[in-house]
Design a protein around this ligand. Structure first.
Ligand code: AMP
Length: 247
């Protein structure tokens, strides 16, 4: 199935073609039409499945129809756990939008905030941010959320593991209620579900769509596997022998 069949238009298809993408990955096939339709989405998918393009491409598609950006405003916010991921996602956004006139920027902690404040003065269509630095910028009134249209939580489980759950709840409180929410996570723990619950509360007219892309079955790298054929009767004896042998 080509990318054009799932609702993407020519400048976006050209950009991904330049990168060598010919067909959408399973997560892209499922997520892109849902996001283009404006629905909220909760997706279980790991890194390596093509999940970044699965949320960036439809956001570009929707934003390209209408151009409106005011100073210090952002239209899409992509929250990531680390500086490295923020830089990587922003690089993808820049590549995918190279034939469009949309702007993007990554902001993260550990470096001088002032150049980031300057870059936000004229507004940014797509902002990729780590939670702490985003809150600092908001407190400094370097950006306002009143025109935000889409929130993406990328690798939500990793953000929770790194202790960002409170920051995320705080950020969500600042956002306009009428927005599209997209949550991507490799796993769905109770803490991730609690964040997803913020999305699907009854104030929303439609419940979030949910999709799950199962990873290929893999074994943890520190586990060895081998096969020993044995009669059913001697199975327990063999198991205790192997356990004793490994002590
Ligand atoms: P991600 O899961 O977003 O980290 O993406 C994993 C890798 O797959 C990245 O290097 C992407 O550039 C690449 N990729 C994403 N979508 C496609 C596609 N449809 N065809 C080929 N490569 C892709």
């Amino acid at each position: 199935m080509p990318f054009s069949k799932i609702g993407l238009s020519r400048p976006i298809i050209q950009a991904i073609k330049d990168l060598g993408y010919t067909t959408p990955t399973p997560i892209q096939k499922q997520a892109i039409p849902i996001i283009i339709s404006g629905k909220d989405l909760i997706a279980t998918a790991q890194t390596g499945t093509g999940k970044t393009a699965a949320f960036v491409l439809p956001i570009l598609e929707n934003f390209n129809k209408e151009r409106k950006l005011r100073g210090k405003r952002i239209r899409a916010l992509i929250l990531t756990s680390t500086r490295e991921l923020a830089v990587q996602v922003a690089a993808n956004v820049a590549e995918y939008s190279k034939h469009l006139t949309l702007s993007s920027l990554a902001v993260y902690g550990g470096i001088d905030i002032e150049p980031q404040v300057q870059r936000l003065i004229y507004g940014v269509d797509i902002l990729v941010a780590t939670p702490g630095r985003l809150l600092d910028l908001a407190h400094q009134r370097a950006l306002h959320f009143d025109e935000l249209e889409v929130l993406v939580l990328d690798e939500a489980d990793r953000m929770v593991d790194m202790g960002f759950a409170n920051d995320i709840h705080k950020i969500i409180e600042h956002l306009p209620e009428a927005r599209q929410n997209l949550l991507f996570s490799a796993t769905m723990s109770a803490a991730v579900r609690a964040i997803a619950h913020d999305f699907s509360d009854d104030k929303r007219s439609q419940p979030a769509a949910e999709i799950s892309i199962s990873p290929k079955a893999t074994t943890a790298p520190n586990i060895d596997q081998w096969l020993i054929t044995v009669d059913k009767d001697t199975k327990s004896a063999l198991l205790s022998h192997l356990i004793n042998q490994q002590k």
